[in-house]
Write a protein that binds this ligand. Structure first.
Ligand code: ZN
Ligand code: ZN
Length: 270
């Protein structure tokens, strides 16, 4: 039955054990790479089993559109998986560097980010009872301006363009655009929900509670916990704080707000 295969044609049969085996393999290929196939043929073919017995087997053959990019080990799926992993690492790193070095530092030409974030957002909202915003005037200073989202997503794609150009793997660009857009949308939405809780469904999850505690500590100490969506880079760069060493006035514990006080009851107030 192996002779049925060629570079651009795959076969399957339903009348023998071998045929069933090939059917399973082909089903996997069609499932993953269906866009690569342009033609499907069903024929009956006389095949030889064990060198002396002839049987008829059902042969289904498909022609691949791009035979070099779609093989049994399915590199497209592997590249998408690799693209998602790289994008996650890239987004958490971009978020960390942007937050620490642009939103918390004066950078020539980008002062608006420093003024809007450090001078306004952090000055109006601290890690205490002011963390939850009730004043509509202050509410305006929770979100980034609308135009900042597409700008940030566009900037994240500049290095990815180079990777795509040299690797000729457009799947990286596609994965990266989608993932970065989702990541920074999540950043904005989660950050908004953290400062303006309304018992939304997302606020009831354990992950949100952890991330909310992470961000409360950032408002308590601006030099720590720069990530909002995924604290991976805080962990790698040594800026992660899970609990402070001294007691501090935090927002009321309950719902999406965890108890962030030191475990040691002897700790002095900050
Ligand atoms: Zn905030
Ligand atoms: Zn900040």
């Amino acid at each position: 039955m192996g002779g049925i295969h060629s570079n651009s044609w795959a076969g399957l049969g339903g009348a023998s054990f071998q045929g069933h085996f090939l059917y399973e393999r082909l089903a996997l290929r069609v499932d993953i790479c269906s866009k690569k196939f342009t033609a499907l043929h069903v024929t009956m073919k006389k095949v030889s089993v064990s060198g002396h017995t002839s049987k008829y087997a059902l042969i289904v053959s498909v022609r691949r559109k791009l035979p070099t990019h779609c093989s049994m080990d399915n590199p497209t799926t592997a590249l998408i998986g690799l693209g998602i992993l790289c994008s996650l690492f890239y987004c958490t790193a971009f978020e960390w560097f942007m937050h620490r070095y642009i939103m918390h530092r004066r950078v020539t030409g980008l002062q608006f980010a420093f003024v809007r974030h450090t001078r306004t957002h952090h000055r109006l909202i601290e890690g205490d009872h002011t963390y939850h915003v009730s004043d509509p005037e202050i509410e305006k200073h929770i979100r980034m301006p609308l135009w900042a989202g597409p700008l940030v997503i566009g900037i994240t794609q500049i290095p990815v363009c180079l990777v795509t150009y040299f690797s000729q793997q457009w799947v990286f660009q596609g994965t990266s655009v989608i993932f970065c857009a989702l990541y920074f949308t999540a950043y904005e939405y989660l950050h908004y929900c953290m400062h303006l809780p309304k018992a939304r469904r997302v606020e009831k999850g354990r992950v949100f509670r952890l991330l909310n505690g992470h961000h409360i500590l950032h408002h308590w100490c601006m030099g720590k916990n720069f990530n909002v969506v995924c604290p991976l880079m805080d962990l790698l760069m040594g800026t992660l704080v899970v609990r402070p060493t001294r007691r501090f006035t935090q927002p009321p514990v309950g719902g999406p707000v965890p108890d962030l006080q030191p475990r040691n009851p002897q700790s002095k107030p900050a």
